[in-house]
Design a protein around this ligand. Structure first.
Ligand code: SF4
Ligand code: SF4
Length: 222
């Protein structure tokens, strides 16, 4: 084989390889296209926004505030301690504590936020605010449809928009919400037992520390 013939053979082989790759790609496309009419598992797209895929429980978008019961004011768990505001890396939380206290879900007077804003155009969904909140008052939402033409006020969420019932938390993160409920119920039971003097726990054991479950019921009533 002379040089010219060898070069022509290499070109031909290259085209053959290219053709084979192309044929394989077309075969995969055709198989999925036709298969999508026969099996839903082959559907890789949905007719959004009419259809939406269900989200995994671990999905997180931006934070929201949890309230117990039916009233977003009295039921709000947040006691305006401002820990989340201080710890938020991009500083997108803004809180002003109300001078007026309100009874919480158990009837005890608690501090409350007068203003609680989160700028979700800055929020990076890191969840640090959730991790540091000692009162399980702030959790990560799964809502992601926030497109707006107003990138300032449209993406600055206020307390009223942020407040969502515990039932919503259960709907989007059922396992996590059940675990939080159990922890809070245990903490309330411990606090009730302690205040009624029936607790057998020795002084100093299980004492409330910032961030502990025992710190939650009535911990911010000063
Ligand atoms: S850390 Fe929790 S209780 Fe404190 S201000 Fe933030 S959300 Fe409210
Ligand atoms: S998720 Fe992160 S960035 Fe967003 S408000 Fe919480 S701490 Fe700040």
């Amino acid at each position: 084989m002379d040089g010219r013939t060898g070069f022509a053979a290499a070109i031909w082989y290259g085209w053959l390889m290219l053709g084979e790759g192309l044929a394989k790609g077309l075969w995969v496309t055709a198989r999925n296209f036709i298969g999508s009419y026969l099996s839903e598992e082959r559907l890789v797209t949905v007719q959004y926004p009419e259809e939406r895929r269900s989200l995994p429980e671990a999905t997180r978008s931006f934070p929201f505030l949890v309230y117990d019961g039916d009233d977003p004011v009295t039921g709000l768990r947040c006691v305006a301690c401002k820990i989340c505001e201080a710890e938020c890396p991009p500083q997108c939380i803004y809180i002003v504590k109300d001078k007026v206290k309100k009874p919480d879900a158990t009837g005890k007077l608690q501090n409350q936020p007068l203003i609680f804003d989160i700028d979700i155009s800055v929020c990076m969904s890191c969840q640090i605010c959730v991790e540091v909140c000692p009162f399980d008052a702030i959790k990560m939402d799964v809502a992601y449809e926030w497109s707006t033409l107003d990138r300032f006020e449209g993406l600055l969420l206020h307390k009223e928009q942020l407040s969502k019932p515990n039932s919503y938390y259960h709907k989007i993160h059922p396992a996590e919400a059940a675990e939080v409920d159990a922890r809070l119920a245990a903490a309330r039971a411990r606090a009730a037992a302690k205040s009624s003097g029936s607790s057998a726990r020795p002084v100093g054991v299980g004492a409330a520390t910032p961030g502990s479950a025992a710190a939650r019921p009535g911990a911010a009533t000063e």
